[in-house]
Design a protein around this ligand. Structure first.
Ligand code: IPE
Ligand code: IPE
Ligand code: MG
Length: 225
C-alpha cells in the first residue's frame, strides 16, 4: 500500500521576496500568502487521507523583523481568522493554534480562542497554525511541565508538546533547505520536500505533485523493507 500523507506540515516561506520581485512592499506578499493558506487548506480538507495540516505562520525568531512588519502580521492574522471563521465551518475544518500565545494582544488571543472553540467539533481536517512557535521553545516548555514529575520518556515528552503528532510530509517553499526551528521533534521521520516556488505562488497542483512523489517513497523508519 502506498504512503498516505496524513499529517502535512508546511514552512510557508517567500512572501517578502515574491512581493519585492514585483516592486511591492513585503506586506503585500503576506496578504497574498494568506490566500495561498486558504486554497491549500481547502484542498487538504477535501482529501480524506489528509487529516492534519500544520502551517508555520510566525516563528519565535520572527520578532526580530522590523516593528512595522511584525505589527502588520499580527493584524493580518486577526483579520484572517475573523474573515475565515465561516470558511472553517463550511469546510468542516478545525482550527488549532500551537506556539506560545501568551505574548499576543488580548484581542488576538480572543479571536484565536473564539475560532478554536467554534470549530472544535469539525472533523474533516485540523488546520494547525504555528504562531510564535519555535521547536526548541516547544520542547523546553513541555520538559518544564514534566520535570517535577520524574523521569521523562519519549512518550511523555511527546504528549506534553503543543503538537504531539508526527509529521509525514514536510514541505518548505521559497528555495531554502532548512527547518528554521519548525517541528524539530515531530519531523524526526518526515519526508522532506523543498521547492523554489515562493509561498504566494504555491498551488494545489504543486501540492498534488509533491503528494504523488511522497506516495512512492519507501519509508523504512530505521528498519528494512
Ligand atoms: C514567510 O515569508 C512568512 C513569514 C515568515 C511570516 P517571508 O516573510 O519570510 O518571506 P521571505 O523569505 O523574506 O521572502
Ligand atoms: C520560517 O521562515 C518561518 C515561517 C515561515 C513562519 P523565515 O523566513 O523566518 O526563516 P529564515 O529566517 O529564512 O530561516
Ligand atoms: Mg523567509
Amino acid at each position: 500500500m502506498s504512503n498516505q500523507p496524513r499529517h502535512i506540515a508546511i514552512i510557508m516561506d517567500g512572501n517578502g521576496r515574491w512581493a519585492e520581485a514585483q516592486g511591492k512592499s513585503r506586506t503585500y506578499g503576506h496578504e497574498r500568502g494568506a490566500e495561498s493558506v486558504r486554497a491549500i487548506t481547502t484542498y487538504c480538507a477535501a482529501h480524506s487521507d489528509i487529516n492534519r495540516l500544520t502551517l508555520y505562520a510566525f516563528s519565535t525568531e520572527n520578532w526580530k523583523r522590523p516593528k512595522i512588519e511584525v505589527e502588520f502580521l499580527m493584524k493580518l492574522l486577526e483579520r484572517y481568522l475573523k474573515s475565515e471563521r465561516a470558511t472553517y465551518l463550511e469546510g468542516n475544518i478545525r482550527f488549532e493554534p500551537i506556539g506560545d500565545l501568551s505574548i499576543f494582544s488580548k484581542s488576538l488571543r480572543n479571536v484565536i480562542e473564539d475560532v478554536q472553540k467554534a470549530t472544535a467539533h469539525c472533523n474533516s481536517l485540523v488546520q494547525c497554525l504555528a504562531l510564535n512557535y519555535g521547536g526548541r521553545d516547544e520542547i523546553v516548555r513541555a520538559a518544564n511541565t514534566l520535570c517535577e514529575k520524574g523521569t521523562l520518556t519519549v512518550e511523555s515528552l511527546n504528549n506534553a508538546l503543543d503538537c504531539p503528532h508526527d509529521v509525514d510530509l514536510l514541505i518548505r517553499t521559497g528555495g531554502d533547505h532548512r527547518l528554521s526551528n519548525f517541528l524539530l521533534w515531530q519531523a524526526a521521520y518526515a519526508e522532506l520536500f523543498f521547492t523554489k516556488t515562493l509561498w504566494p505562488e504555491f498551488s494545489t497542483d504543486e501540492l498534488e505533485s509533491i503528494i504523488k512523489k511522497f506516495k512512492t517513497v519507501e519509508r523504512r523508519f530505521g528498519g528494512l523493507n
